[in-house]
Design a protein around this ligand. Structure first.
Ligand code: HEM
Ligand code: HEM
Length: 207
């Protein structure tokens, strides 16, 4: 089976929906821990259900990824760079699952109720233990930093493909066809002029 030109539409929809949700979560998390105001409770109330939604969407996304073959990276990319690109994608998938699980386990270890809304709450997934709580709290923070750094590297790589290499990688994840708004080939009139130059066999006049 040959590789498709683009990611499956469902994979693209999940990619961009989750990119917005995950970036929002990183900022909501930092907002929660950097404010001294009691008014930040609404941020925590948003953080828990959004984190749970990211966990469920990540599971669906991994299923979609395994079910539908992704497009191949450009053949002229060195093997090591292709390996790093694929490895970084699996690190991103792992972090999408790890962050909500650590957050959930942290609140369980702290003995807090894990409310997702007024009526919904999750069962604890770790024993109530102060030392474990402190450890998971640190882990949630440092894994979030790692997530942020990996996303920055990923965005840098995506923009490098889109703006500098101008190859098929970026359009494979968007909803518009390759070349939309970006001239990737010489316009026909220039191409015609060029071919004229190439085939012009006239000799310059003798001096
Ligand atoms: C929270 C932010 C983001 C996360 C977690 C994320 C995650 C991912 C993952 C896991 C893949 C691999 C798809 C696969 O092979 O299964 C991917 C692909 C891709 N992402 Fe993102 N992404 C994010 C934001 C962005 C942004 C902002 C851009 C554009 C500037 C972008 C552009 C791309 C492109 C072009 C691909 C296709 C790469 C390829 O063909 O291998 N992503 N993303
Ligand atoms: C993709 C999912 C998640 C992301 C990206 C994320 C991100 C963050 C970030 C950046 C912080 C601030 C860390 C710091 O600087 O100390 C934070 C704090 C926190 N997160 Fe998450 N989180 C996620 C999921 C969850 C879930 C599912 C829960 C609970 C069910 C949760 C509970 C918390 C709590 C209670 C804090 C405050 C910790 C403290 O007081 O130090 N998080 N999160």
């Amino acid at each position: 089976m040959t590789a498709p030109q683009a990611f499956h539409p469902l994979a693209r929809l999940l990619h961009w929906t989750m990119a917005v949700l995950i970036l929002a979560m990183l900022f909501v998390g930092v907002g929660m821990v950097t404010t001294v105001s009691e008014k930040h409770q609404w941020l925590l109330a948003l953080h828990r259900p959004l984190g749970a939604a990211i966990f469920v969407l990540a599971l669906i996304r991994i299923g979609v990824r395994l079910r539908f073959k992704p497009p191949a990276l450009p053949a002229d990319m060195p093997a090591l760079v292709q390996f790093v690109a694929h490895a970084s994608h699996w690190v991103l998938y792992a972090l999408m699952l790890a962050m909500p699980l650590i957050g959930w386990a942290m609140l369980s270890a702290g003995g807090y109720p894990i409310m997702l809304g007024h009526a919904w709450h999750l069962p604890p997934i770790a024993p109530a233990n102060g030392v474990l709580f402190a450890w998971l709290r640190e882990a949630h923070r440092y894994v979030a930093y790692l997530f942020f750094l990996t996303i920055l590297g990923h965005m840098g790589a995506a923009l490098y493909h889109a703006l500098i290499r101008r190859d098929e990688v970026f359009p494979s994840m968007t909803f518009w066809p390759k070349g939309h708004g970006v001239k990737t080939e010489a316009p026909p009139d220039i191409a015609a002029d060029e071919s004229e130059i190439m085939t012009d066999t006239r000799q310059p006049p003798a001096a």
